[in-house]
Design a protein around this ligand. Sequence first.
Ligand code: PMM
Length: 308
Amino acid sequence: MTPAAWRVVDRWIPLEEPLVMGILNVTPDSFSDGGELRDVDDALRRGEAMVQEGAGILDVGGESTRPGAAEVSLEEELRRVIPVVEALRRELRSPVSVDTRKAGVARRALEAGAVVVNDVSGLAFDSEMASVVARAGAGLVLMHMRGTPADMRSLARYDDPVDEVSRELLQAVERARAAGVSDDALVLDPGIGFAKNRSQSLYLLAELRRLVALGFPVMVGTSRKSFLGELLDRPPEERVLGSAVTCALAWERGARIFRVHDVEATVQALTVVRAVVGASSAGDPPAPDGVVHSGASSPLRTDEDNSR
Ligand code: PMM
């Protein structure tokens, strides 16, 4: 059973409803939205818009992890990330996550008010990371990948991707536990597109229930990724619909956290899938008069919709 909430520093984030994580990449070269956010004000405005659209948490990243990307220095990553975390904390109420593999960046971001560390290396990159997270009592996303963004493509070989990703994520869980991170702070992420080709990414999404069965909340990051580009033959900014569909399917399979660029489309897709799933979960047919007595309501619904 997926835990009902996620402990991050001094609060619990409920997970009965989907948690949409808005992506704020402050990098000059991220593959899908690279270079769009030029300064702190841009990032703040985008963050505000995402919260308006329904994001429950914002994920700030200063290092591109696209295949083949080179590493960014600690100083450069701090320069990109910390002012944005500070501004978000000052201006917005929503929780902030920092997407980094470096303990030095995580430490400074947590001091600046971030409450979650999203480590795409699953604690494999920096041996200090787990203790930094444990000391702060922060939430920790353990994402699966192999190698580094520079060499991960050559490591996409699996007999069964779900078995191997599960096993390797549980090794990351052990690294976290050994440093004193408690289980209720952990979230697992299969790392779609990280050391996975298109068919492996699709298989992991299709079989997501097996990851959910490990008992930790599961997050997915499919947004605008290249497996969608290959399927649809569209550039990143035209993969919004495909991304939203994958989030809906992942919710149905038990995922609870969705890391996305396009918050509104994702919220719409999740609202519809929850209404459909919810319509049968009570086991009863709808009321004879057709009136909806319960079920998911959408933050996007307007009065006008009731007339149809
Ligand atoms: N993907 C990217 C970066 N960080 N973090 C998690 N937990 N899961 C992901 O799938 C993930 C991530 C790469 O995508 P981007 O360059 O569009 O941010």
